[in-house]
Design a protein around this ligand. Sequence first.
Ligand SMILES: *[C@@H]1O[C@H](CO)[C@@H](O)[C@H](O)[C@H]1NC(C)=O
Ligand SMILES: *[C@@H]1O[C@H](CO)[C@@H](O)[C@H](O)[C@H]1NC(C)=O
Ligand SMILES: *[C@@H]1O[C@H](CO)[C@@H](O)[C@H](O)[C@H]1NC(C)=O
Ligand SMILES: *[C@@H]1O[C@H](CO)[C@@H](O)[C@H](O)[C@H]1NC(C)=O
Ligand SMILES: *[C@@H]1O[C@H](CO)[C@@H](O)[C@H](O)[C@H]1NC(C)=O
Ligand SMILES: [Zn+2]
Length: 603
Amino acid sequence: MQLSATFFRSVYLAVTLSSVVSAAPFSGSVKLRSLQTRAVSSGLTVESFHPESSFETFGVDGVDRPLSKRADFDIQDATVSFIESKTGFKADSVNFRTSFSGDVTQHAYVRQQISGIPVANAVANIAFNANKKVVSFGHSFVKAPSAKTIPKTEPTISAQDAIAKAESALAGKYNSHPTTLEWVAKKDGSLALAHVVQVQNDEQHEWFEAFVDAHTGDVIQLTDFVAKASYRVLPISKQTLLEGFETLNDPANLNASPKGWNFNGTTATNDTSGNNAFAYKFSDSGTTKQSSSGQNFIFTQDPTADPTTDSNVAAAVTNAFYIVNSVHDIAYLYGFTEAAYNFQNDNFGKGGAGGDAVRASIQNMQGLDNAWFATPPDGQPGQMAMFLWNDAHTGPERDGALENDVPVHENTHGISNRLTGGGTGRCLQTDESAGMGEGWSDAMAEWTEQKDAEVRDYVIGPYVTNNPAGIRSHPYSTNATTNPLRYSTVASRTEVHDIGEVWANMLHNVYAALVGKLGFDANAHTDASGSGGNTVWLHLFIDSFSIQPCNPTFTDARDAWIQADANRYHGQHNCTLWNAFASRGLGVDAKNYTDDSTVPAGC
Ligand SMILES: *[C@@H]1O[C@H](CO)[C@@H](O)[C@H](O)[C@H]1NC(C)=O
Ligand SMILES: *[C@@H]1O[C@H](CO)[C@@H](O)[C@H](O)[C@H]1NC(C)=O
Ligand SMILES: *[C@@H]1O[C@H](CO)[C@@H](O)[C@H](O)[C@H]1NC(C)=O
Ligand SMILES: *[C@@H]1O[C@H](CO)[C@@H](O)[C@H](O)[C@H]1NC(C)=O
Ligand SMILES: *[C@@H]1O[C@H](CO)[C@@H](O)[C@H](O)[C@H]1NC(C)=O
Ligand SMILES: [Zn+2]
């Protein structure tokens, strides 16, 4: 099988920007950590509540749990008994939802339940090491209101009526995903019974999980499955594009995609559809067919021609197919597997829910100068949309699918949203955690484009914007003049990409420290067993998602990296990690968006 991918490597140019960061009071902090406000297309504003998670990590050895004397380990019993001993919540208030085994840890995800009905936004996650000791525990369980004030568990409003209410309130269409009945814990301590209804509005790029009060019919809470990019474009410059076309033969990694990329579960495919990705322009029939028999996809992109010419569309769709599959394979090798809620049609009996290859819509004409990714729960396809870019007025518009960091950024939203919280897509919803979601996506894009042990500053989006400064306020850099962002910067930021820049730059600093100390594995894209800094970084990046609590804060996410290192590397790199985080204000005593540069004794 041969598959050629035509793609550009983004142009790298570091620039120096001014470094004025204003200090701000904490006024935004509670909002950042537990609320999410969404103004939806119909003009409705919904303030969703996410109880803050408490999160503890237990180092290399972990801590004991009540049933550890028993010979056999049952993850369900172990989880429920640990929660009871740790929090006092009894077994009947724990609804076990899902678990999986990674190569170094086992993870379980539960919900609180009250009167036998699960509470959507009160969840817990736990991890066990190889010795079945607990290594991390996060939960956002809430105090159950008194029995008298709990609403009736029998809905007043039918699911059908709730669907109609959601469609009209959100100006969208119900997508036929089965509805469920769940509690929503509210900010004032009360509970509301809700029908959970998925509604989409393709033109507005919206895909919500709406919680419709089953007694009043009001939309009281939303999960927003879509991570939108809203890019800041800097003044036009006259940078030339460096083109990097390559023909790759058999690029699929058979450890990650055992039947290759052009296989749909039952048969070999001859177009840009397969077990991990379905890339198309417009519609299901808009996949790109092979250029010659034997699964060859050789299309030459002409940058002087309009992107919508047939061969340019074919090149863009091919590149998107290549990128989504590549991200699938890389992430798979580092632990984003079927059991860990990844995106595949056929899961080959290895756990998790199938039927959810990423659908990538290329030259989607519902927007310009942007891109987005929607992450519904495991078992429903992830949806990526790539737009054309006209902001830079570059003559022919530029195609987001031909700047690799754009689809890698988008695809990584699927990874962070699936792994955090165990496959629900519900656990990066607060402004702070959604902001880190943007940061993880930039950081993964950077990881794929760093080429050797010399860690360069990184700029995302220079080609689509035709601007060497790209789409963020500063290049990612260890140099505090080039990039001055610190933990305290978060207090003055509310837009998710602005928050994400702070986190992505911390991860850049972690990356630089690890590569500086451990060197660089040239084959880290295809082999996760190396000991180079880039390999270690991606292991911790992937591992930490499953450890961190639902709607994590910066300090939770940092602790999850430290614990991931304890789990996988016996804490070998803890000082390297602490020093890198502390260099940007996220030291041991950092809290409430106040910087701290302390590292543990001995570091
Ligand atoms: C795979 O492709 C074959 C041939 O086009 C088709 O009949 C079948 O429905 C496809 N299966 C899936 C799961 O898409
Ligand atoms: C793909 O092409 C091969 C060889 O040309 C053919 O045997 C096979 O049926 C084709 N598959 C589909 C799904 O059309
Ligand atoms: C950091 O960047 C500034 C501005 O580009 C430069 O003057 C300075 O030498 C850099 N510092 C280091 C340590 O490279
Ligand atoms: C942290 O790293 C230091 C230096 O490598 C090491 O001495 C120490 O044992 C580690 N601590 C933990 C808790 O892993
Ligand atoms: C964090 O800030 C909030 C609000 O500004 C304040 O109520 C709280 O006491 C602070 N917590 C700590 C531990 O400083
Ligand atoms: Zn994004």
